[in-house]
Structures are given as C-alpha cells and as structure tokens.
Design a protein. Structure first.
Length: 657
C-alpha cells in the first residue's frame, strides 16, 4: 500500500505578532529566547529537563537520575527524587504570601467566596487528617464526584497530601459511568456532594453515587464522604456515609505531607477509548507537577499580580493542570466558577472578567462559538481591558472564531495561545508562547522547548512542510502518562503501536505543517474522512462551514458511500431559526456551494442537517460518535446519559428525511 498523508486544504496567511511592549515583559521574551531554550534541549535533553526540575519544583529528596528509558515505553522521570504535590502548591507560599487570595469562587447564583493560601492550607490539612481517620492511606484510590467548588480543590489536594491517588469523575457523568470507574480503580472511598447547581438547575450527585453502588461490584468501597452544598434531601447509610463537615470537625489544621517518589501516581483520569471501555490514564507526581508549573510560566506568562481564569471543570484534565495544581504551585490568584456561561444570561463570562479584573482567560472553542451565537457583540458592553492573554483548549479552533476572540474579546491587543494537548500529555505540548510566537488563526504553531514533535505518514516517515499526516511525539517528556491503570498492554498498543516503530507516542490526531513549519491540528485520526481517495480532516470542513456568515456551529462526520468510499455529512447550527421545507433546501445548496468554493468540490457535504444545537456533554464536548450513528441511520446504542441535550438526537434524525 502506498504511504498516504492527510491532505491539508485550509490555507491561512494572516499572521499576528506580539507587541513590542508585551515581548519586553514576557517570561520567554521573543523568538530568540524560545529558540535558545529549544537549542538547550536539543544539545542536552536530560540536562535541560533536570535543570528545570531543580529550579521550579521543591524536592524533599533531590533526584540523581533525570530519565530512565530502560523499560521504554514505560518511562520514568526523576524517579529517585521525593516530593509532595500539596506541599509544592501550599506550604511553599506560607512564609512568602500567606494572606494572598488563592481562589476567588463564584457560585451559580453569583455569590463570591475568597480563600487565602493560609486558609486553603488549613482546610487541606484538616481534610487530609479526616481522610486518615477513615484509615485511608498512601496508594489508596479515591473517587471525587463533586461540583466546581473550593471543596473539590481541597479534596484533591488532601489526597495528594497523604499520598492517596484521586480519580475525579465529572459531575455530569451517569451512575453507570461512576460504577465502572469505582470498580476499575478499586476505590476505597467516594467524595461527593448532596447536589450541585448548574445554570439555575439542581443536579443530584449523592443519589447517583447510591445508584452506582446499588449496581454491585464496588466491593472495595468503604466510605462515602458528602459535602453539603444545597441541603437537599439525600438517602443515608450511617455505616458508610459521613458528612464532610463532621469528618473535618475537630481535626488538626496541620498535616505532615507524605513524601512520595516522583513516579508515585498523583491521579488517574478516565478518558473515552475506541472500545467504549474508559481508559484510566495514570499520571506521576514529579513530572506532572513540573510541566504544570512550566506551562503556567511559559504559556500563560504568569505574573504575581495576574488574576487567572481557566473555565474548565476539574472533572477534565484541564481542570487538574490549570485549576488544581498549576496556578496554586505558582502562587497565583485564580477564579473558579460553578455555573455555565449562558446563565442567567449570555453576558455571564464577560461580566465576571469585568468584575474580577481577569488578566488571563482560558476556555474552549466550543464555548467561544456558543458565545458568538448567544451575542457576538455582547463583549463590547463590558470592560474587558484587564485582559492581557487569551487561551483556547480542547479542540482545534476554526479561524473565524479565532478572529472574533482576537478582535471582540481581546480588542486586537491580547495574544492568543491556542494550546494543543491531551489528557494523556498532562499539559501543553504545542502552543504559541505569548511573548514570542507570531500566531496564525487556527494554528497551534510550534512545540514547546524539549518537546520533539513530528508529522509522519503511515510508515512513520516525516511528511515535510506543506503536507499533513499523523502527529507523533518522538521523545518522552516529564508529564506524559505512565500507563493505563491496570492495563499496560493497552497502553503500549494505543500509544506506542508497532506501526510507528513502537517508540513514537501516537497522539491520535491528524496534523499538517504549513510552508513556514506551523502545525495545524486537523482533528482525530478517526475523524479523518477518505473521500474518493482523498483523506480530509473534518476540522477543516467545519472551519469552512463556520466561515459562512449564516453558520454558528458545525460538526462533520463521514458515512459509507458506494461511489466515493465516504460521504461528508454536516450537522449545522445556524445563527437564525432552524429552517424547514424549501428554505432548508435553499440553504443546503448555498452551503454546499460555499464549501466547494472554500476548499474544493471534493469536500462538498453530500448531506447537511440542521439542528437547534449539537449533541454535547455537559462540558461542551460534541459527541461525534452519536453523529456518526445518526449519519449512518443506525440505532443509537451508546450511553447518552452524559448529554446536556438528549432531545436533539431525535431532531437531527428527523431532518435526515
């Protein structure tokens, strides 16, 4: 079989350089500084990472060996060093800035609570001692199923403090998902809440825990700790259940950290796999913490007076790295938000930025596109002048949404860091540095110093500039996943397959180099369509659709086609009401012609369906597997309990007729 590459059909020539004033004050100042770091890493890879680990992380026992590759792909970093993640996030600030605000928490109803580093330390120690009183010890696994709150950060930090391994499950996941994770992790306890508040709605959590445990198989579980968030009615098992406030009442407000080796698992985070069985991605303590700190300083250009806001829920890796660990390890003041961007109205995010004087704002392209639809001119009604950096995370951002973010939210003056990374990578790998990199809309630009990324064909050969292929990372990095919990063979097969020499980390994403060497992420490999022998990334077709003035959002999938192999099917949300009859046919033809003009006839969608919205999880992720089933006319057998809007499936099916 001939080696194939993914065809890149999107061309972007606009370039935005950081201002001289921004470059001057940046932690990585100018492209020369970036290239100098890259050259240091290339010349002495282990020396580079060793230097950074000694400079940025506090070690209880210094490491002697930087990287152990003897059992590749099971790499070990700083393995003979000892540290504690909670100590690095809290104790290190007690002498220098105990009264600095660590977290500004805004509840769903707008109530604001602030907590200082000293108070956060006290609460973490009291919860850690409470967990110890339940006989929870180093190496035990705990499931955290809690709302966005100061309490959830306290819970994660308390686990880290005693050497227990946390696995946070997003509060929107079903009881079945929770049960699977309790069983797979062998969890001894669940930390949860009576209920959570989202967009003015009450969502029960304790009931879901009870349901999960009632399904059976959770034999390892001994305790359920419940945070009283709403005071809503819950069922109670006095042998197993305990209120969080009763657990911590009377506990000492100091707790000696459990010193663990750098390879000790800090957390397990479950992510979906192609088999449908969730994968427990296991991260280490030392390497993960180093990368969280470095990317705060490099990518977000962290300064002591910043007000940092990452909008992600802690149920996702973004909330681990850039809510619970990275900002606190740097001593930052950060925002946490319980609600949703559209409640009580579409100005919620912009009002919060104005009121809290946010300087660094980090959110998902899905949220950005939704906010455009809810009110493209709304940001102009608020004072967003405190902003200095904008960031995106979670999926490729289409150029038109990038431009809106740049012009309307950032007023043309804030660098945008379009970050590419994954649950598995632990932190950013490919991203602009705000004071160095000239950016291109829709491009993640270049790898960070010390990250050896390439784009290869199916034989593992580099495709070179102007071409697309499969994104790989050729050398290990400190924050990489260590294994899949309890399944090392699946780890090797998924991330280090023989097709790519068994030594390249396979990201699972298609990407392309442009003529300047910029990297553009083109979507998942399994979101690559093969139309008449042409391999097209779905993200590029979606970007073309969203560039049309009538389109608010689009998702593209493939379905088998007798003539072309695969046909392009587009699910589209318009900025106007969902059309029907002749109106719908007219807009379908218009959009088909538009894509043909923007990309080429090969990318023209064969089928376009309109919906009021797209099927998304409560975190805003589009459920493309469900769209593929709808496109093929299949019955949906997958679990849809995590959907924010299950009724949309029927609507999208109806428009197929």
């Amino acid at each position: 079989m001939a080696n194939k590459t993914i065809e890149s059909v999107l061309h972007e020539n606009r370039v935005f350089s950081p201002s001289e004033a921004f470059v001057k004050q940046a932690n990585v100042s100018g492209m020369d500084a970036y290239k100098k770091l890259c050259a240091e890493a290339e010349k002495d890879f282990q020396g580079f990472w060793g230097r950074l680990a000694r400079e940025h992380v506090l070690w209880h026992k210094p490491f002697q060996q930087v990287l152990d590759e003897s059992k590749a792909p099971f790499f070990k970093w700083f393995a003979d060093g000892e540290l504690n993640a909670s100590y690095n996030c809290l104790d290190r600030h007690l002498k220098t800035q105990p009264d600095k605000v660590a977290i500004i928490f805004e509840a769903d109803d707008g109530k604001v609570t602030k907590i200082t580093y000293k108070e956060l330390y006290r609460r973490v120690c009291m919860m850690a001692n409470g967990l110890k009183s339940l006989k929870i010890k180093r190496g035990d696994r705990l499931i955290i199923y809690m709302p966005m709150s100061i309490e959830v950060v306290v819970a994660m930090q308390a686990c880290a403090r005693i050497g227990a391994i946390h696995s946070v499950v997003f509060g929107g996941f079903s009881a079945k998902s929770l049960q699977e994770r309790i069983i797979d992790a062998g969890a001894v306890a669940v930390l949860t809440a009576d209920e959570q508040m989202r967009g003015g709605r009450v969502i029960p959590l304790k009931n879901a825990v009870d349901e999960a445990l009632g399904m059976g198989g959770c034999d390892s579980l001994k305790s359920v700790v419940v945070y009283k968030r709403t005071g809503g009615k819950v069922n109670w098992d006095p042998k197993r259940d305990i209120w969080l406030h009763e657990l911590v009442n009377g506990q000492s407000d100091t707790c000696e950290p459990e010193w663990v080796d750098a390879e000790h698992p800090l957390f397990i985070l479950y992510t979906s796999g192609s088999t449908g069985k969730p994968k427990g991605v296991q991260h280490s303590t030392g390497g993960f913490l180093l990368h969280a700190i470095l990317t705060m300083k490099w990518v977000f250009d962290y300064k002591p007076n910043d007000i940092f806001w990452c909008t992600a829920d802690v149920g996702w890796v973004t909330g681990h790295t850039y809510v619970c660990y990275g900002p606190l390890a740097c001593g930052a003041t950060e925002i946490m938000f319980e609600g949703v961007p559209s409640h009580p109205d579409a100005g919620r995010f912009w009002k919060m930025i104005q009121e809290h004087k946010v300087t660094v704002f980090y959110t998902a392209p899905t949220a950005i596109r939704s906010l455009i639809k809810l009110g493209a001119d709304l940001p102009k009604k608020y004072d967003l002048s405190s902003l200095r950096i904008l960031g995106t995370v979670g999926e490729p951002i289409n150029p038109e949404a990038w431009m809106w973010y740049h012009e309307t939210v950032g007023n043309g003056r804030c660098p945008i860091v379009d970050t590419w990374w994954q649950t598995e990578t632990g932190g950013h790998l490919i991203t602009p540095l705000p004071g160095a990199t000239p950016t291109k809309p829709g491009s993640a630009t270049f790898p960070l110093p010390g990250i050896v990324a390439d784009i290869v064909d199916e034989a593992g050969q580099s495709v070179g500039r102007g071409k697309g292929g499969v994104l790989v990372i050729k050398r290990p990095w400190p924050s990489m996943l260590r294994t899949i919990w309890g399944d090392p063979e699946r780890y090797k097969k998924t991330y280090y397959p023989d097709d790519y020499k068994g030594k390249y980390y396979l990201a699972g994403d298609g990407a392309s180099f442009d003529e300047d060497g910029y990297i553009r992420i083109m979507g998942r490999i399994d979101d690559v369509l093969n139309v008449s022998g042409h391999r097209l990334g779905t993200m590029e077709i979606e970007s073309a659709l969203v560039a049309n003035s009538k389109v608010a959002e689009a998702a593209v999938v493939g379905r088998p086609d007798d003539v072309t192999g695969e046909a392009v099917v587009a699910f589209v949300v318009l900025k106007q009401a969902r059309p029907g009859g002749d109106d719908a046919k007219k807009i379908v033809k218009e959009l088909q012609a538009w894509v043909s003009k923007e990309i080429g006839p090969i990318a023209r969608p064969k089928d376009i369906r309109f919906g009021d919205n797209l099927p998304k999880t409560r975190s805003g992720k589009i459920m493309r597997r469900l769209l593929r089933s709808i496109a093929k006319g299949e019955e949906i057998t997958q679990d849809t309990t995590t959907l924010e809007n299950p009724a949309i499936l029927e609507q999208l099916r109806e428009t197929a007729k």
